[in-house]
Design a protein around this ligand. Structure first.
Ligand code: SAM
Ligand code: SF4
Length: 499
């Protein structure tokens, strides 16, 4: 099958239509604009009532979200941030999960005007990693200390669902001896960011043990979507993308991740789109998004629009939108990526975000070649704002009292989908997260941390251990003794024990 034939058979109209309600999708632009207009200048009491609902870990309605998006009183915004922090603490405590992106291919049939991988960008050097290269990249990522990856792919027959499955299997099979020579380290969870697929293809990814499946809608605004995604490309089909997560759920993948690419259209509209998306997933499957990302558009090779869009999002707007997302979808993980500057990332982790990446390289083959992005500008998708190593970011967060977690237990213990949503809502998953965060942080400190990071880490881990010993949830449920045994075994060299 040639490239044209391959692209023509991708979209399955029946796998869009089955999710429509009375022929309509869940993005009703008129109602979004009306909500944003109707709730301008919100009343303080009304805002405070909504904050109470967030503290009960309930998904906010679009109208409530529109109210929060319209707050511009500095004092009230501060109150919202404080509540966001309380919500985060209740659901996720003080842990922050780390991952690394692994770009496997930059061949792409699409023409997204903001992306360095678009097919008409002749300056981009194209490459699809062989399985041997995937293995070498994975080794380099493991050697940084990572346990979770998000594998990223362009949309192309050379990186189709079978290629994705092969690369996932290769990543899972790659092992590295621990620095002490006792046991091995490996990647324990492979998430995937790839183009929307059919249910049959998604089932292949599910069988291969996918963690979370992530697709960014880019923009929920139809007209803008059509402007930046040429109509003669697969990606030009707005609804095929809009229902990517619905198909994933039908394929058995119940950890799904949504996002908009902030900067393509008005940021308030995009937040409303994300909320409607969460509601439709809850309505049709009883499960909302596992995580939400809010990537801001970064400069991309040869893309005028990536630096000149009229909708680029300021740092202040970014703070506001993170606060609102934290409050509106209290159970969802929020991901801030190395696209952002070090300072902003540090700040928004305090009150909103639960996951981040570090030591990230987004050039194809850049981990094993040890290339910084300037050496690799013709193989990257866009430029990152923060290229610091995992060790540096872990240390900074430890200084701020956040415990680094490489936990992958939830998914391996079957705590996914509606089960994890339930546990998150009741604050129970956060408790398991704490135990697993400490266990995986212990592994990291022993195997990879620099002496300076270890110093900060030991202080933090001692505090966490005291807290665990004094928390009735652990002592009453007899979790404490298992945890303490695992902790000792890990400290003396065993790996991958989780609860
Ligand atoms: N090709 C697949 C797709 O488009 O769904 C998946 C991978 S694509 C490499 C991952 C994401 O990168 C896109 O969904 C897009 O939101 C984001 N991206 C593209 N250009 C970007 C830019 N200039 N700045 C920041 N993110 C960008
Ligand atoms: Fe291809 Fe994805 Fe880039 Fe669009 S965003 S050009 S689909 S890699």
């Amino acid at each position: 099958m040639n490239v044209k034939e391959w692209t023509q058979q991708l979209i399955k109209p029946a796998e869009i239509e089955k999710y429509l309600i009375n022929g309509k999708d869940f993005i009703d632009e008129r109602s979004i604009f009306e909500d944003l207009e109707k709730y301008k200048n919100p009343d303080k009491q009304q805002v405070r009532d909504i904050l109470k609902k967030s503290l009960d870990i309930k998904l906010l309605t679009p109208a409530e979200t529109a109210i929060l998006l319209n707050v511009d009183d500095a004092e009230l915004l501060e109150e919202m941030q404080e509540t966001a922090l309380a919500v985060k603490k209740k659901v996720y405590d003080n842990r922050i999960v780390f991952f690394a992106p692994l770009y496997c291919s930059n061949l792409c049939v699409n023409g997204c005007v903001y992306c360095g991988f678009r097919s008409d960008n002749c300056s981009e050097k194209r490459h699809v990693l062989s399985m041997e290269e995937v293995r070498r990249e994975t080794e380099a990522v493991i050697d940084e200390g990572h346990k979770r990856l998000i594998a990223v792919y362009g949309e192309h027959p050379q990186s189709d669902a079978d290629y994705i499955v092969n690369s996932m299997e290769t990543i899972y099979a790659t092992k590295r001896d621990t620095p002490s020579g006792n046991g091995f380290n490996n990647i324990r969870r492979v998430n995937v960011n790839a183009a929307p697929m059919s249910i049959a293809d998604l089932r292949k990814l599910w069988r291969a043990g996918i963690g979370t499946y992530q697709v960014f809608q880019e923009t929920y605004h139809r007209e803008r979507y059509a402007e930046v995604h040429p109509a003669n490309t697969v990606k030009g089909d707005y609804r095929w993308r809009l229902y990517a997560m619905h198909r994933a759920m039908d394929a058995g993948i119940d950890d799904v991740a949504t996002a908009a690419l902030f900067g393509l259209y008005d940021w308030r509209f995009e937040v409303m789109g994300l909320i409607h998306h969460a509601h439709d997933l809850e309505r049709q499957f009883g499960i909302g998004p596992h995580t939400i990302s809010f990537p801001r558009m970064q400069p991309a090779l040869g893309s005028f629009m990536s630096e000149n869009s009229p909708y680029l999002v300021s740092d202040d707007a970014c703070r506001h939108l993170v606060t609102v997302l934290r409050l509106a979808v209290p159970y969802a993980g929020l991901i801030v990526t190395a696209r952002e500057s070090a300072d902003l990332r540090r700040e928004i982790i305090k009150y909103g975000c639960t996951q981040t990446d570090a030591s990230s390289k987004i050039g194809i083959g850049a981990y094993s070649a040890k290339k910084v992005q300037q050496d690799n500008a013709d193989k990257v998708q866009f430029m990152l704002g923060d290229e610091r190593s995992l060790d540096e970011v872990v240390r900074e967060l430890a200084e701020d009292g956040h415990i680094t977690s490489f936990c992958t237990a939830g998914y391996r213990c079957g705590r996914t989908g509606d089960k994890i949503m339930n546990l998150l809502g009741k604050g129970i998953e956060g408790k398991f997260c704490k135990l697993n965060a400490v266990l995986t942080f212990r592994e990291y400190l022993n195997d990879y941390a620099s002496p300076e990071t270890r110093q900060w880490g030991e202080k933090l881990i001692a505090k966490e251990l005291r807290e665990i010993e004094n928390t009735p949830f652990f002592t009453d449920k007899k979790l404490l003794s298992t945890f303490q045994t695992y902790y000792k075994r890990i400290a003396s060299g065993e790996r991958d024990l989780y609860m």
